[in-house]
Design a protein around this ligand. Sequence first.
Ligand code: NAD
Length: 469
Amino acid sequence: MLTDFPSDRCTTNLSLIGPKVEGLRETFAAGHTKNIEWRIAQLEQIKKLVLVHQDEILAALQKDLGRCDMESWTAELGGVVSEVEHTVKHLKKWMKPRHVSTPIVAQPGKSYVLPEPLGTVLIIGAWNYPLLLVLGPLIAAISAGNCALIKPSELSPNTSALMAQQIPKYLDQQAVVVVEGAVDETSELLQNQFDHIIYTGGEVVGKIVMRAAAEFLTPVTLELGGKSPCIVDSNTDLEVTASRIVWSKFMNAGQTCVAPDYVLVEKSFAPQLIEAIKVKIEAFYSANIAKSDDYGRIVNARHFSRLITYLDGQNIVFGGDSDADSSYIQPTIVLDPALNSPLMEQEIFGPILPIITLENIQQAVPFVSKRAKPLSLYLYTKNKDFEQTVLQQTSAGMVGVNDGFMFATNPNLPFGGVGNSGMGAYHGKTGFDNFSHLKTVMKRSFWFDVPLRYPPFTSKKFKILKKLL
Ligand code: NAD
């Protein structure tokens, strides 16, 4: 398989985990992580780490996921660098008290919201974008003035090991700790009290994390996945649509939480769309995709066989080739799979694109809305009324109209799911707020102390109060 750094090397002595968490709590209590200078210095160090070690990081991502450098840079390293830059630029403003108006009954007085850090944040990362999904939440946690404990995914062991080596060299070791490991280490971590947990991964473990967090009433952010639909109206720009579907579906060999999981299209338009998608697949990755340096690999043997099983008995209209030794699965299109087949019941998370045909594209709305709320939804159309219908009658964490997951590049937009696809969100100020407590403050003047609210209560006071409130 791909990895030359076996995942069982990514372990941590379980007895060391409790003291590490305790150490972080002591650091937070000492107070220095609250200073803006500390926060900015740490953020700049994250950027430096990524830039100085970019070649090693790209090599680790290549070993973990067979991913080419340009895809890794744009999807992960570049994302970290721009998130740091955006955060550093705006942090002073985000940390300021947020003044709001004060009602007449509380005059004279001032009201504001004062963001304060929560304490120690546990960041549990996933393997598919193993750098971004750890450093992205870390940027948000540090920007808000927290300490953090990072647990990278054991399924991307080269990136995990690199972060465990480099993070202590660049960041304040008293405030940021990396614990490598798998189920045992994560289970041990969850026995400890944190002030917030952000987990990225699948639904089953999301529930385990939430159950453990409930013991301490710890708030959680769950960045999960699900089946993200892609609705293609025949009233679209076919060529651009096909390019964007292929780009967003087959990047990282389909192992992207916000990849379109399946396409919904009118039966009469499906042949043209399928043809356009095939043309783009070959234009992007050549006719011999297995030899393309630009196409990634499946992370491990378990996920490889899971994906191959999904193809059993399906109507494959393009692709279908695979090679277990190199963890390769060709971009594959399946036409009209049974809706109760595993391909349509599980999140695919790989390079298989089911195309579901409908008599009328309007049927896409009930198709989506009667299923679990997806992490993202894509709509390709030039019809503004249909766009509004889809936006208003379906629910999803995020929506891309006429493109794939370009919304993830905008730090002004929250990144997160809804319902089964998760809770809470981060990126930019949303991330800062997510890892802050937005503390209510009202400051009253001693002057003009109206006795209206104090006993003894009289009917006259009651009448006036009713008018005021
Ligand atoms: P994974 O296997 O890497 O697991 C995620 C983390 O959970 C790892 O750190 C792992 O050690 C830990 N873990 C695994 N089993 C555990 C257990 N029994 N107890 C405690 N901890 C455990 O990731 P995955 O679940 O294969 O990730 C794929 C899923 O993640 C997909 O559903 C995908 O859509 C979703 N995802 C979501 C986002 C997002 O931002 N919303 C991003 C990437 C992936």
